[in-house]
Design a protein around this ligand. Structure first.
Ligand code: TXA
Ligand code: MG
Length: 342
C-alpha cells in the first residue's frame, strides 16, 4: 500500500490533516500517530479487522495485547467492568500522560485487541495531535509502538518511515517525541497494584496516590521460558538492534580498556565521553547525570549504532534513578539481560 506522510506543526494547516487522519481511523485504516512517549501505530480499537491489520503490519505475536488510547475520561466507561476510585485519582493526577492502566474489560473490547486476556490497558496520551485525532474519530484508538516487532520503538517520523513505509496507510509526523520511552504500565487487577513496565510516571510518583504499589517481579528480571508473564510483552525480545547488546557496569575508562582488543566493538556512551571512545564507533545517548536526556535519545542511538556495522555494542550503564529506571529496563531487554561488571 502507499503510505501518506503528513507533517504537522509547521504550516498551520493542521486541522485538515488531523481531520483526514481521523477519517482514516474511522474507515478502519492504519495511521501512525505521534505521542509524547513514542510513536503509536493506531487503528479503531473496536474494529476487529483494523486491529488485526496492526498485528500484521508489525509482525506482532497475537497474544501480545494493545494499549487502547482515549481522549476523554468518559470514553472509559464502556470499555471496563467498573471504574475503581483509584482510577479516578490516577487520572486526575497523571492524565493526559505516560501512564497506562490495566482493568477488567467488557465484551465491547474485541479479543484481538486484548490478546485474548479478560483485561484491557488504557491510556490518555499527552499529545495534542493524537488527542485531536481520537476526538474527531469518535472511537478509542488501539496503538502499540510503531516499530517492527522486536526493534527499538520509534521516536521520530523517520524511524516510522524506516520500519513501516508501505505497511500502513498514513504517518502523521509530529516531530521528535518529548519523553522517548514508552508509558508506565500499571495493573489495578492485582492487590497490591503492580508496575509491569516502568516509564516516566515513576514508582515514587505512583506511591503518592497508591501507597502500596510495587514493581511486578518481571519488570527487571529475566522470566524463565515457562513462566506466565503478568504482561505478555515481557516474554519477547525487545528494542534490539541487529548488533549484540551488552550493558556495562563500570567507568568509561574501564570500558575503553576492556574493548581495546575486541574487534567489531561499538559503544553507546554519554555526552562528553566522545574523545575517550574516538578509536571505536560510538553514539551518545544523553548526559550521564540526566535520565530524561537518556530516555529521549536511547532508541535513536540503538538504531543509529546499527548503521556502523558493529558486531557488539557495549552500553554505558544508565543512572537507574527516577526515569532512569525505565531506561535501565529497556536496556536490559535490548541486551536480553546480558550485563557485564568491570
Ligand atoms: O507509551 C506507550 O505506551 C506507547 C504509546 C504508543 O502509547 N505504546 C506502547 O505499546 O508502548 P506497546 O504495545 O509497544 O506496549 C504495550 C505493553 C506490552 O508489553 C503489552 O504486553 C502490555 O503493554 N499490555 C497491554 N495490554 C495489557 C494487558 N491487558 N495486560 C497486561 N499487559 C498488557
Ligand atoms: Mg512496543
Amino acid at each position: 500500500m502507499e503510505t501518506v506522510v503528513l507533517k504537522i506543526g509547521e504550516t498551520g494547516a493542521d486541522e485538515a490533516k488531523l481531520q483526514l487522519a481521523a477519517q482514516y481511523i474511522r474507515d478502519g485504516k492504519l495511521v501512525i500517530l505521534p505521542t509524547e512517549t513514542v510513536y503509536g501505530l493506531g487503528a479503531n480499537a473496536l474494529d476487529f479487522a483494523a486491529v488485526r491489520g496492526i498485528f500484521a503490519a508489525k509482525g506482532r505475536p497475537a497474544d501480545n495485547p494493545l494499549i487502547v488510547h482515549i481522549a476523554d475520561f468518559s470514553q472509559i466507561e464502556p470499555l471496563v467492568k467498573t471504574i475503581p476510585p483509584e482510577l479516578e485519582l490516577l487520572a486526575k493526577r497523571f492524565w493526559p500522560g505516560a501512564l497506562t492502566v490495566i482493568l477488567p474489560k467488557t465484551d465491547l473490547v474485541p479479543n484481538v485487541t486484548s490478546g485474548s486476556l479478560d483485561t484491557v490497558a488504557i491510556r490518555m496520551p499527552d499529545h495534542s495531535a493524537m488527542l485531536e485525532v481520537i476526538r474527531r474519530a469518535g472511537v478509542p484508538v488501539a496503538a502499540p509502538s510503531a516499530n517492527r516487532s522486536g526493534f527499538p520503538s520509534p521516536t521520530s517520523a523517520q524511524h516510522c518511515i524506516d520500519d513501516m513505509d508501505g505497511r500502513v496507510d498514513m504517518i502523521v509526523d509530529g516531530g521528535a517525541c518529548a519523553v522517548g520511552v514508552e508509558s508506565t504500565v500499571l495493573t489495578l487487577c492485582t492487590n497490591p497494584p503492580k508496575i509491569l513496565r516502568p516509564g516516566a510516571v515513576t514508582l515514587e510518583m505512583l506511591k503518592e496516590v497508591l501507597p502500596n504499589v510495587t514493581y511486578d517481579e518481571g519488570a527487571f528480571a529475566h522470566l524463565p521460558d515457562d513462566a506466565k508473564a503478568a504482561s505478555p510483552g515481557m516474554k519477547y525480545r525487545h528494542y534490539a538492534p541487529k548488533a549484540q547488546v551488552i550493558l556495562v557496569h563500570g567507568s568509561a575508562q574501564q570500558l575503553r580498556d576492556y574493548i581495546a582488543d575486541k574487534p567489531g566493538a561499538g559503544v553507546l556512551c554519554f555526552e562528553g565521553e566522545e574523545a575517550l571512545f574516538a578509536a571505536v564507533p560510538h553514539i551518545t545517548y544523553g548526559a550521564g547525570n540526566d535520565p530524561a536526556s537518556q530516555a529521549r535519545q536511547l532508541f535513536d542511538a540503538l538504531r543509529r549504532i546499527d548503521t556502523k556495522n558493529v558486531h557488539t555494542v557495549y552500553v554505558r550503564m544508565a543512572s537507574a534513578e527516577g526515569l532512569g529506571q525505565a531506561v535501565y529496563n529497556r536496556l536490559l531487554r535490548a541486551a536480553a539481560f546480558l550485563e557485564l561488571t568491570l
